[in-house]
Design a protein around this ligand. Sequence first.
Ligand SMILES: [Zn+2]
Length: 72
Amino acid sequence: MKNRAKCKLCQSIIESFHLHDHVTCKCGEISVSGGVQEYNCSANDWGNFLRVDDLGNEIIVKIKKVLRFYEI
Ligand SMILES: [Zn+2]
């Protein structure tokens, strides 16, 4: 699958083609990098990030949050 994503805010579709290809959407909300080797992506708000697969389907990503509690 391609390292491609769509921003819900500005509707732009961005794609990272290779390892050093860092692409940010028009409004700066989301970005992808690392191509298909590293498959990195980031977003200010993950609710605005949609993964786009090879067929053009939009996939809502599920982010797993790791919470740690420290007891004194
Ligand atoms: Zn955007």
